[in-house]
Design a protein around this ligand. Structure first.
Ligand SMILES: C[S@@+](CC[C@H](N)C(=O)[O-])C[C@H]1O[C@@H](n2cnc3c(N)ncnc32)[C@H](O)[C@@H]1O
Length: 288
């Protein structure tokens, strides 16, 4: 039986059919092709006339139809890069966002003067894929890091990613925020990107978030409930001058800073994301 062949260029031309689905149709197709051909994206520009095998075409057609149905690219290929780590992703938790790299950068900035061997203890609340804790543990091999998540499927996913990158300085636990932690007063740094979307937010019915679990997205009190819980309870688990850093919504900066102030944090500072929105707030505990 003969079949119609598809070249790389033919596949790329199909990107216009994704215009209504995606903000980045061309990039979506490039990511599919790079994944299927196991090449980087520059290969696609060098070899536009490369013909796909029948198996590769079948895979491409399947990926393409799933994307046409709105499924996120990261779920289709099962992977998303975060801080240069190709993380395995699935529908149990959030697909890591580029904006969250700001939180990683902010933590590293606080300890830029540390000696390479300096040991620190870090806790990541709501670790999901493990994005934040694995990025930091990979940068700081002398740190002892813990990532927790309430959802067992997310815990399994984060552990799978931990093993993939052979990060022995990380442990992943199932925990409802601090509930499974016995090490009170011992973390130098607590970080978290908790659910912070208002359940009434209309964006929940649009785009990629439709395929992500509400357990990773929404929180009561217009999205502030989990942030409030974390900021209120972190002082008990931090060293007397430990740091807390949380990601939050673009319109939650003032409320989050007030919560930091009310819970004995000093040196409170909010960082803005690529879109100039307030996104990550840091404070240093003043337990004296
Ligand atoms: C916004 S996602 C962040 C995932 C990951 N840290 C990231 O930045 O990509 C929030 C995560 O918090 C977890 N979570 C929600 N409620 C929790 C709770 N009570 N205790 C622990 N984790 C929780 C969710 O399962 C989800 O994985």
């Amino acid at each position: 039986m003969t079949f119609l062949t598809l070249t790389v260029a033919d596949c790329l031309k199909k990107s216009s059919q994704l215009n209504d689905i995606s903000d980045s149709p061309r990039l979506d197709i490039e990511i599919f092709l790079a994944h299927i051909l196991q090449k980087d994206r520059t290969y696609l520009f060098t070899w536009p006339e490369k013909e796909l095998t029948e198996e590769q075409m079948n895979q491409f057609n399947l990926f393409f139809s799933r994307r046409l149905a709105g499924e996120p690219v990261a779920h289709i290929i099962g992977q998303r890069e975060f801080w240069s780590l190709p993380l395995t992703v699935n529908s149990s938790t959030l697909i890591p966002r580029p904006d969250t790299e700001l939180l990683v950068e902010a933590v590293l900035g606080l300890f830029a003067e540390d000696d390479e061997k300096k040991s620190r203890r870090l806790l990541d609340l709501g670790t999901g894929t493990g994005a934040i804790v694995l990025a930091l543990a990979n940068e700081k091999k002398s740190w002892q890091c813990t990532g927790v998540d309430k959802e067992i499927a997310a815990v399994e996913l984060a552990e799978k990613n931990r093993a993939k990158f052979k990060l022995d300085n990380v442990r992943i636990l199932q925990s409802d925020w601090f509930a499974s932690l016995t090490s009170e007063g011992s973390f130098d740094i607590i970080v978290g990107n908790p659910p912070y979307i208002d359940p009434a937010d209309e964006h929940l019915t649009q785009g990629d978030v439709r395929f992500e679990p509400l357990s990773a997205l929404i929180a009561d009190k217009k999205g502030l409930a989990d942030l409030e819980y974390i900021i209120t309870h972190s002082p008990k688990y931090l060293t007397p001058t430990g740091f807390l850093l949380v990601e939050h919504g673009h319109d939650q900066g003032a409320a989050v800073r007030d919560l930091f102030t009310a819970n004995h944090f000093d040196d409170i500072n909010t960082f803005r994301d690529f879109g100039r929105n307030e996104r990550v707030t840091v404070g240093k505990l003043n337990a004296s």
